[in-house]
Design a protein around this ligand. Structure first.
Ligand SMILES: *Cc1c(COP(=O)(O)O)cnc(C)c1O
Length: 434
């Protein structure tokens, strides 16, 4: 088959293909990516300013931490392809999955011992919720089935995860009668270094106390709230949650799908606080951005509880559970990450972003500039003109994908200093244009 011309490809795309959060037919023309290597996306045709290669400021939504077409990751996939791409996981097992699960248990906080491999982040969150609800059901407390979270969160796009996304950002008003009604505390006070606000803590506890009998779990994104608004909060609030959950007999779920594997400056955001959740969700960077794979890890207490129930099994089993290709590349990605001083790289990018974005805080239209780990955010005082901001970044030779009032970046950890500076300049240019 001859390759499609760029025009044909775009026409077919606009006519037939849904994109994330997109209208149908599509209204804005996406860039066509021909290939990608290192931290650069190669486009089929030049875009704004004649650029045909863009430095990736997004890591393909937190995932491609080692960049693209990495020789070690490519080799891991090729090697696994030579054995098998997939076999069902019911009644069968294989080394890539077992190795990965054992590794995840080893590197995550202590009492997490059991791993459910899911095929996307949203499904991992579904499974985490199912673990919690089924635990209470199994130990004779079936009325404990609601979830509590704080506002400003994002946990995925399937219905139960949607129910704990921010009610406004997640457009809950569209889904009356469909979404389960969960409980919401106010957003955690902003600032990684901010001291714990005792007023907030007592409000949170009051809410929890009032509903403890019906609460299965608290679920939050630790330290960094990602797609819900790119807000950072103090690890002190995670310690607060751990204490309150213990005191009131409620499970604690950390959704580390975005924060996991070093992004926030600690290997897991929970490590900033020195606390462990009862369930942890991982995804996104798990395979270094190669294939879709996620995981929900839980403690033995939860697994044992479920085993004592009337239905003593975790009732979930995706067709592509434990996909060997995805597990093999996840193992290689973990080798790469843990085989280097990743914290130094994250800190280097953090400093580069802080330096490069500092001038933006003085600009008109900018409400806030913040950096945490290898994440840089410029928040405007108005909604971003996404096409204009995207084009301004592309003129600087950088790929960015702003949303709402946010222009933000989380570069691959292998991004060199010059490219980090370039990304920061593009974020600034996008803030001016958008
Ligand atoms: C992206 C994300 C999800 C959903 O993951 P998908 O793989 O897109 O389904 C859930 N929680 C958080 C915190 C995320 O960032």
């Amino acid at each position: 088959m001859p390759p499609l011309s760029a025009d044909t490809l775009i026409a077919l795309d606009r006519a037939h293909v849904w994109h994330p959060y997109g209208p149908m037919p599509g209204t804005v023309t996406p860039y066509v990516v021909e290939s990608a290597s290192g931290v650069r996306l190669r486009l089929a045709e030049p875009v704004a300013g004649g650029q045909r290669e863009l430095v990736d400021g997004m890591s393909s939504w937190w995932a491609a931490i080692h960049g693209y077409r990495h020789p070690v990751l490519n080799e891991a996939v090729r090697e696994q392809l030579g054995r098998m791409s997939h076999v069902m996981f019911g009644g069968l097992t294989h080394e890539p999955a077992v190795r990965l699960a054992a590794r995840l248990v080893e590197i995550t906080p202590e009492p997490l011992r059991h791993v459910f491999l899911a095929d996307s982040g949203s499904v991992a969150v579904e499974v985490a919720m199912k673990m919690c609800l089924q635990y209470w059901q199994s130990i004779g407390r079936p009325q404990k089935r609601r979830l509590l979270t704080w506002r400003g969160g994002y946990h995925g796009d399937t219905f139960h995860p949607m129910s704990v996304c921010d009610p406004d950002g997640g457009m809950h008003h569209l889904w009356g009668g469909v979404l389960p009604g969960q409980l919401f505390a106010p957003e955690p006070p902003a600032g990684f270094d901010a001291p714990l606000d005792p007023e907030y803590a007592s409000q949170f506890e009051e809410l929890m106390e009032r509903h403890a009998d019906e609460l299965a779990a608290v679920i939050v994104e630790p330290v960094v709230q990602g797609a819900g608004g790119m807000r950072f909060h103090s690890p002190a609030y995670l310690r607060m949650l751990r204490e309150l959950c213990d005191r009131h007999g409620v499970l604690l779920v950390f959704d580390e799908i975005a924060t996991g594997f070093g992004r926030s400056g600690a290997l897991f955001a929970a490590d900033h606080a020195g606390v462990s959740p009862d369930v942890m969700c991982l995804g996104k960077a798990l395979t270094g951005g190669y294939l879709t794979l996620a995981a929900a890890l839980c403690t033995s207490e939860i697994a044992d509880g479920i085993s004592r129930g009337e239905m003593p099994v975790l009732a979930h089993g995706p067709t592509f559970m434990g996909n060997p290709l995805a597990c093999a590349v996840a193992n290689a990605s973990l080798d790469l990450l843990l085989g280097q001083d990743w914290a130094v790289e994250v800190k280097r990018i953090s400093s580069g972003l802080s330096a490069g974005l500092s001038a933006a805080s003085e600009m008109p239209g900018v409400r806030d500039v913040r950096v945490q780990g290898a994440i840089g955010v410029v928040q405007l005082d108005h909604p971003v003109d996404v096409p204009a901001a995207t084009e301004a970044a592309a003129r600087e030779g950088v790929w960015l994908r702003p949303f709402r009032d946010l222009i933000y970046t989380m570069p691959p950890y292998v991004t060199g200093d010059e490219d980090v500076a370039r990304i920061a300049a593009a974020v600034t240019a996008a803030a001016v244009a958008g």
